[in-house]
Write a protein that binds this ligand. Structure first.
Ligand SMILES: *Cc1c(COP(=O)(O)O)cnc(C)c1O
Length: 436
């Protein structure tokens, strides 16, 4: 199919491999005498022997790369790996997690439309939804996990296009009941879009539970080394698009292509690329795709180690007299533990632990400033232990009401447990807690 390279026999075998093998083996395939490692095609453009050949590409009637804003061979191989890991029909890398979210929604939503999203989302996503989308005439309607299906359905009308949630919410660490909200979305013939950034496709594959579209910020565990900003969108290929004019009406910018008719189950991801990536240009770069691929090769090892270390940190904090409360879905006592068991590979809950010290905001700041190994950074979910105070940083723009929705108290500390030796991590925490 168009812009999706031919599926080789090895590709078919690869899609049936286990997740850990896919992390390493899927994506780039070397042929006889070629480089064994994914080449970086640092080229904006591609040469064709005749104008007619290139014209066919512009009509989307023949496969091939036109211009690296739309597609690039290095990105293409990494997209294949991400897609295989998630079990979709196609994936697209983007310049950032933010642009993945942006495109995933704009692809099926326009001015006058609205969509449902949970209030506990990443702060940057909440800004995008409640400020920038509002300016574009798109209304984000916030819902939360305590609402009944009936209460949620009251917010759905004929202009509602989708439901959006995070597998493990950043930073409240609430776990999304994917099956429940997929069922609800499908009852209204719309997709559930899941931001699976914290879980990664190793711990959770939302398509297996009925989600339709998955987005990731690859800047977190997938890259894993805090080297590059990136994102991706993956299409399950299973959504009913019959109520979406944008998917079923001719696209005049491609001489009347109709995405559902011409691209079948890959309609959504093809439109995202050939229309929105072409027009918005939030493209990932070959070098960052290469780095992402390196990260993905060890994702399965890292994310399990992150989860094991984080569970030990959470257990340790829970019993500490300087700690007021701990959230971690991997803890048996956590309200989200049951859902973590179901959705997160038996309860492996990634490396992020949130907790509050005693003495409110002062206690939190004292603790953070006293850490020696763990650094204060505006990042999360990479292999170095790091820490952040969301209320004064990532979630600073939010109103008090939004902060409450997002589950963020003044003493809230987002602690991102790395893959160093657990004894060193706990020693650093203990000496810092002494100052509280
Ligand atoms: C970081 C993050 C994003 C945004 O991704 P960027 O790569 O920083 O643009 C989106 N969702 C979640 C859950 C995140 O943690």
């Amino acid at each position: 199919m168009l812009l999706i390279c031919n599926k080789t026999m090895f590709w078919v075998i690869m899609t049936r491999m286990k997740t850990d093998t896919k992390c390493i083996q899927c994506g780039y395939e070397s042929k006889n005498g070629e480089p064994r490692i994914l080449p970086i095609y640092q080229s904006t453009t591609y040469q064709y022997d005749s104008s007619d050949q290139l014209a066919q590409l512009f009509d989307l009637s023949a496969p091939g790369h036109i211009y690296s804003r739309i597609s690039n061979p290095t990105l293409d191989w990494v997209e294949k790996k991400v897609n295989a890991l998630c079990g979709g029909v196609g994936a697209m890398l983007t310049a950032s997690g933010q642009s993945a979210t942006l495109i995933s929604i704009l692809n099926i939503t326009g001015a006058g439309d609205n969509f449902l999203c949970f209030g506990n989302l990443y702060g940057g996503t909440t800004n995008l939804f409640s400020v920038t989308f509002k300016r574009l005439g798109i209304e984000a309607r916030f819902i939360d996990y305590s609402m009944s299906d009936e209460e949620i359905e009251k917010r759905i009308d004929e202009r509602t296009t989708l439901i959006f949630g995070e597998t493990i919410a950043n930073p409240s660490l609430e776990v999304l009941d994917i099956e429940r909200y997929a069922r609800l979305a499908h009852k209204h013939h719309m997709p559930l879009i899941v931001d699976n950034t914290f879980a990664t496709p190793v711990l959770c594959r939302p398509f297996e539970f009925g989600a339709d579209i998955v987005v990731h910020s690859t800047s977190k565990y997938m890259d894993g080394h805090a080297t590059s900003i990136g994102g991706c969108i993956i299409d399950s290929g299973k959504t009913d698009w019959s109520n979406y004019p944008m998917m079923n009406e001719p696209d005049e910018s491609y001489h009347g292509v109709v995405y559902t008719r011409d691209f079948g189950s890959a309609a959504y991801i093809t439109k995202a690329r050939v229309q929105l990536m072409r027009d918005l240009g939030t493209t990932a770069q070959p070098m960052t795709a290469f780095l992402l691929n390196l990260g993905l090769e060890t994702l399965h090892l890292r994310i399990r180690k992150h989860s094991q270390n984080a569970l030990m940190v959470a257990q340790h904090l829970k019993d500490h007299n300087k700690v007021a409360w701990v959230n971690y879905p991997g803890l048996e006592s956590d309200p989200w533990h049951e859902l973590a068991i179901k959705y997160l590979d038996g309860g492996l809950s990634s490396g992020v632990v949130s907790f509050g010290t005693i003495n409110g905001k002062n206690g939190a700041v004292k603790f953070m400033d006293s850490l020696k190994m763990a650094k204060i950074v505006c990042h999360v979910a990479d292999l170095r232990t790091c820490v952040l105070h969301p209320a004064s940083t990532t979630h600073r723009q939010l109103t008090d009401e939004q902060l409450e929705w997002a589950g963020i108290k003044p003493e809230f500390i987002r602690f991102s447990v790395g893959i160093e030796d657990i004894e060193d991590i706990i020693a650093d925490i203990d000496q810092a807690l002494e100052s509280v």
